[in-house]
Ligand binder design. Sequence first.
Ligand SMILES: Cc1cc2nc3c(=O)[nH]c(=O)nc-3n(C[C@H](O)[C@H](O)[C@H](O)COP(=O)(O)OP(=O)(O)OC[C@H]3O[C@@H](n4cnc5c(N)ncnc54)[C@H](O)[C@@H]3O)c2cc1C
Length: 436
Amino acid sequence: MKKVKVIGGGLAGSEAALQLANNGIEVDLYEMRPEKMTGAHSSGNLGELVCSNSLGSNDFSAASGLLKQELRILGSYLVKFADETSVPAGNALAVDREIFSQKITAAIAENPLINLINGEIREIPEDMPVIIASGPLTSEALSEEIKKITGSEHLYFFDAIAPIVERDSINFEKAFMASRYDKGEAAYINCPMDKEEYEVFYEKLINSPVAELKEFEKNSKFFESCLPVEVLAKRGKDTLRYGPLKPVGLIDPRTGRKNYAVVQLRMDNHAGSLYNLVGFQTNLKWPAQKELIKCIPGLENAEIARYGVMHRNTFIHSPSVLMPTLQSKRREDLFFAGQISGVEGYTESIATGLLAGINAARILKGERPLTLEPVSMLGALCGYITHPNHKDFQPVNSNFGILKPLDVVLKGRKNKQHKKRLFAEKALSYLTPIAK
Ligand SMILES: Cc1cc2nc3c(=O)[nH]c(=O)nc-3n(C[C@H](O)[C@H](O)[C@H](O)COP(=O)(O)OP(=O)(O)OC[C@H]3O[C@@H](n4cnc5c(N)ncnc54)[C@H](O)[C@@H]3O)c2cc1C
């Protein structure tokens, strides 16, 4: 009998196990809860949602909505359970979290091909294919084992993420391209501030509400180089102007002079459609981040592809470790899925669990694992996290900026919805024949 071991009965691991069973593969699914709890889970149920009960938008013209629709086409069990347990939430797919995780737990318990084994995995099995889906709160012992495969420099424990914006939404009447001291090509987008603009920005920043950290995260130490901007700002009015917002070596082409402060943005994806705010890690609440970014000259209408977040998060440096099929480069029958693979979010975790499950089944059946094209959101996510060109890799959630650009050029805010619909049509028509 062909068999796979799946480590972690969260969103990714449960989806992977059900996909494997659907392909006639036997599964040993290991879940350490309830014997050993994480700092965020509160039950022994599989697929427990640790925070919000929303899986994000259900609308195809939103990135997360498109990803969910792709998952429906590909036969995701967890999205089906989410649809069946949804509660009214406007355009979003929110669920009754209890019933949702009970459904997952029951589906796994009733499946004759899945053996649920309660207990912590402390070593990575070598006797058969393995999917590691142990999530952002992977146990310490397993983290140590993972390091042996990835190298300790390729396993991280804390997210300190800066927001990412879509390049198309930046106002280049104010922003300009340049590298500090004109070194190399003009690779950075620079958003300049005069004294008055900086003061408005600063006041807003120090008065913005911060998202609360969980109890177990409160004692986590930040690296000095990863301090959130709101923490730096509280050290003094000029700290940011001598830190991540320093204007030195940057001459504003409109005035020929140095500015008072500059927010720099660095290219975040190969296509150049996404830019991250350099050194701008933040834990402000998302609506406050939106307001703050709006008051940066050049970013008044910025479309935010990913907000800054800070939380405990175990994740691998997937560009060095993984292939787009979610297989380890060093061991082809070892897969990573879920948050530990470098994606961010519930739906993204389910999505990578689905692909890892399908691909582990394919290799056991002697078939080639699927590499999905970046015209689909799932293909784009896997392509993004495994692209070798990342310097400062940070986890990502679904967003339109990672998709392969459309063949037609549609500029302007009026075309935005139309463009998203075209992306969605292309993605769904690409995946439909693959799913059959
Ligand atoms: C505090 C917190 C809040 C979050 N809030 C949100 C949110 O609101 N919205 C959102 O979209 N995303 C959120 N996320 C991010 C992420 O989407 C979720 O954490 C999601 O559950 C990840 O899915 P997963 O399957 O990768 O991990 P999990 O769902 O966490 O599943 C991993 C499972 O592995 C088990 N495990 C760990 N180590 C071992 C081991 N050694 N042996 C056996 N079992 C093990 C764990 O007990 C767990 O059940 C949050 C993350 C955190 C940490």
